[in-house]
Design a protein around this ligand. Structure first.
Ligand code: COA
Length: 360
């Protein structure tokens, strides 16, 4: 079997242009810039404009990632969107992205594991590339959480923001790429963070709307307690699965939910501040989008270079948590065609057998 790993060859993000500061929230709810800053690290967040939604943000991020990877949409064979705030219950936001990009050969579906959605989507795309059923995948984390916020509930509305991040993950013969990905869940803790109405269990009705049941509800203190331990456990597991230690990691890119959580995770994992990427001050918690936005910004700011090893860690509603280790590539594969890496992935057993005969 050709020894293909899955490497990131392009990345991009998009944050809507409307910026809402903590001072703006002072006019909406009983809060203060000082409270929000000291308790969360957040100074501002971006909110989508009318007419924007999760798919429009995702499409813009995807275009940047494809451009950087020098990949045409027609070469994609997989699009996975991680999101807890999709455009619709169905069709999948990934299908809207597929159509807008003209990715005519791509399968497309959404993954929902709240703030762990991006790592979940990455794990799936990685597995499909390793298994030979995808070669060129677009992995997106995108959210428009502002549409699910109760702007009278100060305990939640100040925390979240909108945005999207994307990576192109593709088969490579080089010995780099995603080295490990671990996922966990504890569904018994689902009540800690949820949107209760609008699904099949509690369909949207006049009553659910009047009671604000279609908004995010959270037991913040309980979530906080679980967050640090779950992220650290997952990170240590992902490091062990990759056969590396924290010393081998150049940059920790944690889910951006709360600066105090990030600091506690970094301390417990013995990462000095210069090895931890933080941008929560500008975006708030963008859930599934937070890690791909952070990866993209880190690369744009020169904090991530080709060959660096990155540790990703996230936790979120579900309760879900996970982590991944990868060697960062971040540039196009120069000689895809010579390496037989262009074109659709194996779809049939015959295709797969054909691929086994490919040179490694
Ligand atoms: N402005 C001012 N006061 C606020 C406030 C706000 N926006 N939100 C809550 N408060 C108040 C509370 O009502 C409480 O008042 P009380 O003592 O009179 O009841 C007080 O501040 C302290 O609340 P507490 O919950 O103890 O604060 P905290 O230090 O735990 O911080 C969170 C609250 C939400 C910031 C914190 O719990 C948190 O970040 N949790 C994790 C949330 C998260 O990451 N969720 C996403 C998961 S992916």
């Amino acid at each position: 079997m050709a020894n293909h790993n899955a490497v990131v060859t392009g990345y991009g993000f998009h944050a809507p242009s409307r910026i809402v500061t903590n001072r703006d929230f002072e006019k909406m709810v009983d809060t203060s810039d000082e409270w929000i800053t000291t308790r969360t690290g957040i100074k501002e967040r971006h909110f989508a404009a009318d007419g924007e939604s999760t798919s429009t943000l995702a499409i813009r991020a995807a275009k940047v990632a494809l451009e950087r990877a020098h990949m045409r949409p027609a070469d994609l064979d997989l699009i996975v969107v991680g999101s807890a705030s999709p455009d619709y219950l169905f069709p999948a936001t990934a299908c809207i992205v597929q159509s807008a990009l003209g990715a005519e050969h791509a399968g497309a579906f959404d993954v929902e594991a709240a703030c762990t959605s991006f790592i979940s989507a990455l794990a799936i795309a990685n597995g499909m590339i390793l298994g030979g059923t995808a070669r060129n995948a677009l992995v997106i984390g995108a959210e428009t959480l502002s549409r699910l916020l109760d702007f009278t509930d100060r305990t939640t509305c100040v925390l979240f923001g909108d945005g999207a991040g994307a990576v192109v993950l593709e088969a490579s013969n080089a010995s780099v790429g995603v080295e490990s990905a671990v996922l966990h869940a504890d569904g018994s803790k689902g009540e800690l963070l949820l949107v209760r109405a609008g699904g099949t269990r509690m369909p949207a009705s006049k009553e659910t709307v009047e009671q604000g049941q279609h908004f995010i509800r959270m037991q913040g203190g309980e979530v906080f307690k679980l967050a640090v331990k779950s992220m650290c456990d997952a990170a240590e597991e992902a490091l062990a699965a990759a056969g590396v230690t924290g010393d081998d990691i150049d940059l920790l890119v944690p889910h951006q939910a709360n600066l105090r959580i990030i600091d506690a995770v970094a301390r417990r994992l013995h990462f000095p501040p210069e090895k931890v990427f933080v941008n929560i001050q500008h975006y708030g918690n963008t859930s599934a989008a937070s890690i791909p936005i952070a990866l993209s910004e880190a690369a744009e700011q020169g904090r991530l270079h080709k060959g660096d090893r990155v540790l990703l860690a996230a936790f979120g509603g579900g309760f879900t948590w996970g982590a991944a280790v990868m060697e960062w590539w971040g540039v196009p594969i120069p000689d895809r065609r010579e390496k037989g890496l262009v074109g659709r992935a194996a779809r049939t057993v015959d295709d797969l057998l054909e691929r086994v005969r490919l040179p490694g």
